[in-house]
Design a protein around this ligand. Structure first.
Ligand code: HEC
Length: 158
């Protein structure tokens, strides 16, 4: 009788322990999942930041405020490369050629921002407009060619 009671108590303890382990595992999976999803959403955050700077640039442009133009472009120029996790997902989910072009277009934005900064620092409105125009074309070119593919690649590699 005593042995049976002890055995039952041990069984109960085991199942409590199992429950605790399961709960812990769920938490761990939840946090890992959220962290991964968060990282893969960095591309969208980066885009929203670029959009905000393009808008800030545009309103500085109407006011001939070269200092603000330089400031906005500097944020884009220094926004760093595409997040490595995003790159990994893009590489896995896109054709090699598309992936190569995607990276080139992204790099182009940084280079163009640098050229706009050079011209804005000199107060050269005509030339800075040429570079900003090319930059804008690269934004749209990437969206036209790769936005859907990129979003798809990232979603499938979650
Ligand atoms: C190399 C490719 C590429 C270039 C270049 C690029 N984008 Fe994007 N953009 C994307 C992708 C991919 C998305 C979709 C992001 C997502 O939802 O995960 C996107 C989405 C966006 C969005 C929509 C964000 C939202 O969800 O509401 C804005 C705004 C945006 N980009 C602005 C810009 C601006 C401004 C530039 C140029 C300065 C630019 N993009 C250049 C790839 C690019």
């Amino acid at each position: 009788m005593v042995v049976k009671t002890i055995n039952n108590a041990l069984k109960k303890r085991k199942s409590v322990k199992l429950n605790q382990t399961m709960t812990l595992m769920c938490f761990v999976l939840f946090f890992v999942g959220t962290a991964m999803g968060g990282e893969l959403r960095t591309q969208q955050k980066r885009m929203l930041a670029w959009e905000a700077q393009m808008e800030a640039f545009q309103s500085a442009l109407y006011r001939h405020d070269f200092k603000k133009m330089v400031g906005a472009m500097a944020v884009i120029e220094n926004s760093g490369p595409v997040n490595p996790k995003v790159l990994e997902a893009l590489e896995a989910g896109m054709e090699d050629r598309d992936f190569g072009d995607y990276k080139k277009l992204d790099r182009y934005i940084h280079g163009a921002a640098g050229l706009v900064i050079e011209e804005a620092s000199e107060g050269n409105i005509q030339k800075l407009l040429v570079h900003q125009g090319r930059m804008l074309m690269a934004c749209i070119q990437c969206h036209d060619q790769f936005l859907a593919k990129a979003v798809n690649a990232v979603q499938h590699n979650r």
